[in-house]
Design a protein. Structure first.
Length: 233
């Protein structure tokens, strides 16, 4: 997907970027390329691939929830900043927290935030379970992109969502993972809908699972990560 195709596809979902936003995305790409030679941020480095599989893909969260409102969002396991950094560029009204367990990635994200002069966004070095324990019922929306199995990442994220807020993991194939969703009851949440679509150009499947938090999650969650892995919900 070249930049013109990127802009055309965004128009189809009612998004038009300003010159400044396009320059920010371009600068982000160049920083990603530069830092990827120092630390492992992504295996996808070709510009056309980045614009499709990282930039456009991140923005598709708009298909599941209106991002034009002033939402507080946490991107758990953000990695190189997807979807969080891209969402902040495209929807500057959002207040975003990026969380990752690898400090080198956080250093990169702080540089990007500074270089792009982004406001109301922070990058925090912490394990997901530790961060969420200290930030329960805080966010309108928590999201993550291609991070762990649904039952595992749900336990890590849902306790941090406000009551009546949403957890929306961004995933590819989910056939096996949605066979049994009883674990959501333990997290006082329910699956409202699944937004499925294909990425343009390559037609790979994408799924946005819209999970609503019904009431305050039991304080025993999230458990320590080793317990979550040994005995997933």
């Amino acid at each position: 997907m070249n930049k013109d195709e990127f802009l055309e596809e965004l128009k189809k979902i009612n998004i038009e970027l300003t010159k400044i936003q396009l320059e920010q995305l371009d600068k982000y790409y160049n920083l990603l390329l530069e830092w990827n030679s120092k630390i492992n941020l992504t295996r996808i480095i070709e510009e056309k691939e980045v614009y499709l599989k990282h930039f456009y893909d991140s923005i598709t969260l708009i298909k599941a929830i209106d991002l034009n409102n002033s939402l507080t969002i946490c991107d758990v396991g953000t990695g190189a900043g997807f979807p969080g950094i891209v969402l902040k560029i495209v929807f500057p009204n959002l207040n975003i927290t990026l969380v990752d367990a690898l400090n080198k990635r956080i250093e990169f994200l702080k540089l990007v935030i500074n270089e792009l002069k982004l406001k109301n966004i922070e990058a925090i070095h912490d394990r997901a379970e530790n961060f969420i324990r200290n930030n329960r019922n805080k966010y309108d929306l928590i999201t993550c992109r291609a991070v762990s199995k649904l039952n595992i990442i749900s336990e890590l994220c849902i306790p941090g969502v406000k009551v009546n807020g949403y957890f929306i993991p961004m995933k590819a194939n989910i056939d096996e993972e949605i066979q049994n969703l009883e674990f959501l009851n333990k997290l006082d949440s329910k699956l409202e809908k699944i937004v499925s679509f294909n990425l343009p150009v390559e037609n790979s499947i994408r799924n946005l699972l819209v999970i609503k938090k019904i009431k305050d999650t039991n304080s025993i969650y999230p458990r320590n990560y080793d317990k979550i892995i040994k005995r997933p919900l």
